[in-house]
Structures are given as structure tokens and as C-alpha cells.
Design a protein around this ligand. Structure first.
Ligand code: DC
Length: 226
């Protein structure tokens, strides 16, 4: 791992606006982007397809170590390819999200995926989006940001995203799923979702995307002395 390559670690629960912020930061700095949630989602999707139980630690660990997953970056975004097949849309369903939270609670799975995530640290820099970017995967990152927001506002945001993709969804269901998934992510024994000690915490409940971006940029510029 190249120590001199800067990493901006952005963590927080689902629907908090991490993805939007990270994409904007990657574009602004022209740095690489790691969407670590997509890795857990692809693993869960693959397990479901192969009929592997979501609590079968040893089979999931093997799958994680050998997952034929690639990210194809192009002008309009990133395609997620599993065995060369485009699964970008398939991994975004709430069902896959719930399954991802289950496989992500297994310690050996998380360890199996560590190096794959660290390999994204390439010059000129990396924006890392996840739950444990600042606390575990890039614990030496010079900039750590933790976003949080009320479950209600996160469910609203997630609902809008799903509607934009023309998925038919009910608000109560989204709120229930988001709350259940967070409970799992925050209370798991291994790498629970929590701010790193040295993270800047931003509550996005009543903030616009632009406000969150501006506050982050100001903080990053100060930390990296840009
Ligand atoms: O960010 P996301 O919704 O795509 O993540 C899907 C699930 O993956 C989430 O419920 C928890 C898990 N995850 C994780 O445990 N650690 C990460 N760094 C990223 C995601």
C-alpha cells in the first residue's frame, strides 16, 4: 500500500447521502472512488444466486476471497461486473442491501475483503465510501468524515432514489428496512458502524447536498493544507 497516497474516508448509515458526497468529492479532486458497500452487495448477490446461506461463514469467506468482481469506470458512472456480467442494478435492491448487511456482520468475510478494498488506494488519492473506512480499512486516513441523519430523512432520501429508478416502493417499508439494517450495522460485534475518534461528524438531516459538500471541502482543504 502506498503510504503517501491520501485517503478521504467517508462513513455513515444508509441513505445519509454518502454516495452523493463521495461522487462529488471524487469528481472535484479527480481521485479514485471506492464504493465498499457495492462489494458487500455483490458478495451477497452472488451468495443468493448460488444458494449459499447468508450465515455460512466458511463458504462466504471462500466466495469473498475469490469473488470475480470488477468495477468498470466510464464517463457516465461506474459499472459493477460480476464474472463480466453487469450487475449494477441488481445489487441496488433493498433485498440485496438486507442480505449485504447480513454477510457484512461475519468477521472472516470482512477480513477476506480487506485487501481488495485497500488496493483501491492509488495515486493521486482515494475517496472511500462505507461504514468502517475511517475506523478499520483506512484507519490512518488523514481525513475522516462521518455523516449521520434521522432514520426518517434517510428513508425519504432512499425512497426518492428508488423512485427515480422507477422501483415501486412504500415509505413505511423503506423506513422499516433502513431501521433494521442500521440496527444490524451499528450493533454488530465486528467493525460496527460508528464514527472514528478523529472523524468530523456532519448531521445531514436538514442540510442540502451543497451545504454538506461545502462543509466537507472546507474541512478537507484545511486538513490536507490544500
Ligand atoms: O452502503 P450500502 O448500503 O451499499 O451497503 C450495503 C451493506 O453493506 C450495509 O448494510 C452494510 C455493509 N457494509 C459494511 O458493512 N461495511 C462497509 N464498509 C460498507 C457496507
Amino acid at each position: 500500500m502506498n503510504k503517501s497516497v491520501p485517503v478521504i474516508a467517508v462513513d455513515g448509515p444508509s441513505g445519509v447521502g454518502k454516495g452523493t458526497l463521495c461522487q462529488a468529492l471524487a469528481k472535484h479532486f479527480k481521485w479514485h472512488l471506492l464504493d465498499s458497500g457495492a462489494i458487500y452487495r455483490a458478495l451477497a448477490f452472488s451468495a443468493l444466486k448460488q444458494g449459499i446461506a447468508l450465515d455460512d461463514a466458511s463458504q462466504l469467506e471462500q466466495l469473498a476471497l475469490n469473488l470475480p468482481l470488477t468495477f468498470d469506470t466510464h464517463s457516465c458512472g461506474v459499472k459493477v461486473l460480476l464474472n463480466h456480467v453487469d450487475v449494477t442494478k441488481d445489487i441496488r435492491t433493498e433485498q440485496t442491501g438486507g442480505a449485504a448487511a447480513k454477510v457484512a456482520s461475519i468477521n472472516s468475510v470482512r477480513i477476506a475483503l480487506l485487501q481488495r478494498q485497500r488496493d483501491f488506494k492509488q495515486a493521486p488519492g482515494l475517496i472511500a465510501d462505507g461504514r468502517d473506512m475511517g475506523s478499520v480499512v483506512f484507519s490512518d486516513a488523514p481525513v475522516k468524515i462521518f455523516l449521520d441523519a434521522s432514520a426518517h430523512s434517510r428513508a425519504e432520501r432512499r425512497m426518492k432514489q428508488l423512485q427515480d429508478k422507477q422501483n415501486h416502493v412504500k415509505f413505511d417499508e423503506i423506513l422499516r428496512e433502513i431501521t433494521a439494517r442500521d440496527e444490524r450495522d451499528r450493533n454488530r460485534t465486528v467493525a460496527p458502524l460508528k464514527p472514528a475518534r478523529d472523524a468530523l461528524e456532519i448531521n445531514t438531516t436538514s442540510k442540502s447536498i451543497q451545504d454538506v459538500f461545502n462543509q466537507s471541502i472546507e474541512y478537507i482543504n484545511k486538513k490536507l493544507a490544500l
